[in-house]
Design a protein around this ligand. Structure first.
Ligand code: CP
Ligand code: NVA
Length: 313
């Protein structure tokens, strides 16, 4: 049986099987190739997408909006200050109304529960464009970018350095486990991933034949790394923690020394962006020859278009 994702939401990659992620990545590569050859389509003609934002966004908003709009669809941007959601109206009621008017909904905000409720009550596919807990569409772009540079991700050594319990660390562990890529979370003890999620991803990793490790030691994590990934030290909504995070995370900054420590001349550097240069990564690394962050940002659009093609058509 072939993979069929029609009508599906993407709330967390935990709901997806490895072959379904593989399928989304295959469609992403072909959507990108198509665009590069100037082959344009109108696959979303006559369709509508509600885009709900409680938090700021550059890449995710632009990826959804341009991917849907350039194929003839009508995306509608609704920020927290525009709609009743969270003010006068419950998530359930908002979801039921949007489900009557739109073909799909994307949500960026705080609570994972909100995006789950939107999916439960709207009756249309809902895409998680980032919550405090997960950022699944980002991981699709990350996997695509690694495949473009290094080929098959199975057996690669992926290291995430930084806040090991934020939405990116959580989602990258899941994506790695599904696709058979060894993943090490390098973080200070106070910022290690939640035990329960670790248990879940390790059981997925057992099936795909890879390992998910957690350590606070650079010496343990970095030698032999193929990919080094980092993210901001204070995510949206926790800006008040920045001072304490800087103190905790300074030893984990991605710098030239860390890249040398990999002893891998072909190591690549990824960051979901936006980056705070000088905090989680030095200017030299993000602007240097190992960095693939701009391809990664572009791939947000191709992977998001692929997701909507797979789930809506
Ligand atoms: N990586 C990412 O989600 O970027 P934005 O916050 O700009 O959408
Ligand atoms: N962890 C970051 C990711 C931004 C794309 C945040 O939530 O702010």
């Amino acid at each position: 049986m072939g993979v069929n994702l029609r009508g599906r939401s993407l709330l967390t990659l935990l709901d997806y099987e490895p072959e379904e992620v593989r399928y989304l990545l295959d469609v992403s590569h072909s959507v990108k190739a198509e665009r590069m050859t100037g082959n344009r389509h109108q696959r979303f003609q006559g369709m509508t997408l509600a885009m709900l934002f409680e938090k700021r966004s550059t890449r995710t908003r632009c990826a959804f909006e341009t991917a849907f709009g350039e194929e003839g669809g009508h995306p509608v941007f609704l920020s927290n200050s525009d709609i009743q959601l969270g003010a006068k109206e419950s998530v359930e009621d908002t979801a039921r109304v949007l489900g009557r008017m739109f073909d799909a909904i994307m949500f960026r905000g705080f609570s994972q529960e909100t995006v789950e409720m939107l999916a439960d009550y709207s009756g249309v596919p809902v895409y998680n464009g980032l919550t405090d807990m997960y950022h699944p569409t980002q991981v699709l772009a990350d996997l695509m970018t690694i495949e473009e540079r290094l080929g098959d991700v199975r057996g690669l050594e992926f290291v995430y350095a930084g806040d090991g319990r934020n939405n990116m660390a959580n989602s990258l562990m899941i994506g790695s486990a599904l696709m058979g890529m060894n993943c090490t979370i390098l973080a200070p003890e106070g910022l290690h991933p939640e035990e329960e999620l670790l248990k879940t991803v390790r059981s997925i990793a057992e099936d795909s034949g890879c390992e998910i490790s957690v350590t606070s030691s650079r010496e343990e994590a970095i030698p032999g790394a193929d990919v080094i990934y980092t993210d901001v030290w204070a995510s949206m909504g926790e800006e008040d923690k920045l001072k304490e995070r800087i103190a905790l995370l300074e030893p984990y900054r991605v710098d030239d020394e860390m890249l040398r420590q990999t002893d891998n001349p072909d190591v690549i550097f990824l960051h979901c962006l936006p980056a705070v240069k000088g905090n989680e990564v030095t200017f030299d690394v993000i602007e240097g020859p190992h960095s693939v962050v701009w391809d990664e940002a572009e791939n947000r659009k191709h992977t998001i278009k692929a997701l909507m093609i797979a789930t809506l058509l």
